[in-house]
Design a protein around this ligand. Structure first.
Ligand code: AKG
Ligand code: FE2
Length: 385
């Protein structure tokens, strides 16, 4: 019996563009070596835990290294992403048929380079393809050109979700003084293909038109909505993180092979404000990189959709130190304290996603800092602009 095989086309490797030479105001993010979680030396494990606590309390942003994916495998995903987005392989029919329908509260599918609405926004130079479970399960829901590479795509992102993210959640469970698999078992959505209720994305930010580069905003300041986001560090500098001590945006530096991790709103609310949802945004790169496309691969992990958006009751840390009623959790706490019902994660994130990135929101000034104010399900979300 012969077995049909699909020959893999040879595709160009991804060659990381040179890092910026500009001397920028860099964020000082902690680097956590995830392999130390399994160290035989208790002092090493303890230090990792202390570093994690510090990073989370600070701004909810950190670099993760030695998480178990070799650089060649990572660069191979960038090469597949580059083939998909720069290889002119998505047909016009697929671009139409697979276009994202953001109003449904999902980013699944193909996003053209204009707006996040149904293709009717203005040019933003951001093109992406986003995979949820249905895109992994059904070949008709993804561009045909990807078929020969789907074995690698699936292996890579399943590992990132079920292994890397699971170990990261183990570390975060320990910070909450809970059993190792607490967040994985009780919070993380992991029933379903690859990212379960979460998603991963191949994206390219193309240069803006001449005269528009400057500090132009590519993605407004925001929090991610889920549990953790794993961004693979990229050479084109454009990501900025909010420094809440000095009240300013700072650049995130390229660290080859590292994962840039940010914590989402779900974890902020579930931990009663102990973990902080990272405030971040994407702007145009510094001058020496403005002419280059920025390729990025990222995974957005989600909480279980049926879970109520309210604090976990079991954490000894939360019991001992109490709730921290600021930020997004503070807004939820007002509802909870008034005895009102709070949404489950699925309705919360659908409401959030349906309007995300639709343009500048209302602005308010609090203690000298300008924030955008957006309201979802009666809950106000503030992020510095
Ligand atoms: O491109 C990046 O570095 C971050 C993108 C981002 O924040 C997002 O898509 O939520
Ligand atoms: Fe984000």
């Amino acid at each position: 019996m012969s077995i049909a095989t699909t020959a893999k086309p040879v595709i160009p490797p991804w060659v990381p563009p040179p890092a910026t030479k500009e001397d920028l105001d860099w964020a000082s993010l902690k680097t956590l070596d995830l392999s130390k979680l399994d160290s035989d030396d208790p002092a090493e494990v303890q230090q990792l835990l202390e570093d994690a606590k510090y990073a989370i309390k600070q701004d909810g942003f950190l670099y993760l290294t030695n998480y178990g994916i070799p650089l060649e495998k990572l660069h191979r995903q960038f090469s597949i992403a580059q083939y998909l987005l720069d290889g002119n392989v998505i047909t016009d029919d697929e671009k139409k048929r697979l276009e994202i329908q953001q109003h449904t509260g999902s980013y699944a599918g193909y996003k053209p380079m204009k707006g996040w609405g149904a293709g009717n926004g203005s040019y933003d130079g951001i093109e992406n393809f986003t995979f949820y479970s249905p895109q992994m399960e059904d070949p008709h829901k993804r561009p045909a050109a990807l078929e020969p590479f789907m074995d690698e795509v699936k292996e890579f992102w399943s590992y990132a979700h079920d292994n890397v993210n699971r170990r990261l959640l183990k570390l975060l469970s320990r910070v909450l003084e809970l059993p190792d698999d607490y967040l994985w078992d009780n919070v993380q959505s992991h029933q379903g293909d690859t990212c379960a209720e979460g998603y991963f994305r191949f994206v390219v930010y193309r240069p803006m038109a001449e005269g528009q580069e400057g500090s132009s905003m590519r993605i407004h300041g925001h929090h991610d909505i889920g549990t953790t986001t794993l961004l693979f560090s990229v050479p084109i500098t454009a990501l900025q993180v909010w420094n809440s001590v000095e009240n300013k945006w700072q650049w995130v530096k390229y660290k080859p092979g590292a994962l840039v991790v940010n914590l989402g709103e779900s974890l902020e609310i579930l931990t009663g404000g102990h973990f902080v949802a990272t405030k971040h945004r994407v702007v145009s790169p510094p001058k020496d990189q403005q002419h280059l496309p920025r390729l990025s691969c990222a995974m957005f992990c989600s909480a279980r959709g049926d879970l109520k958006v309210s604090p976990l009751q079991d954490s000894p840390l939360i019991k001992r130190e109490g709730l921290v009623k600021t930020g997004v959790y503070g807004e939820f706490a007002k509802l909870l304290d008034a005895g009102m019902d709070v949404p489950d994660h699925d309705s919360w994130r659908r409401a959030r996603r349906a309007y995300a990135q639709q343009g500048p929101a209302k602005q308010v000034e609090i203690s000298g800092v300008k924030y955008s104010e957006e309201v979802f399900n009666n809950i106000k979300v503030y992020v510095p602009v």
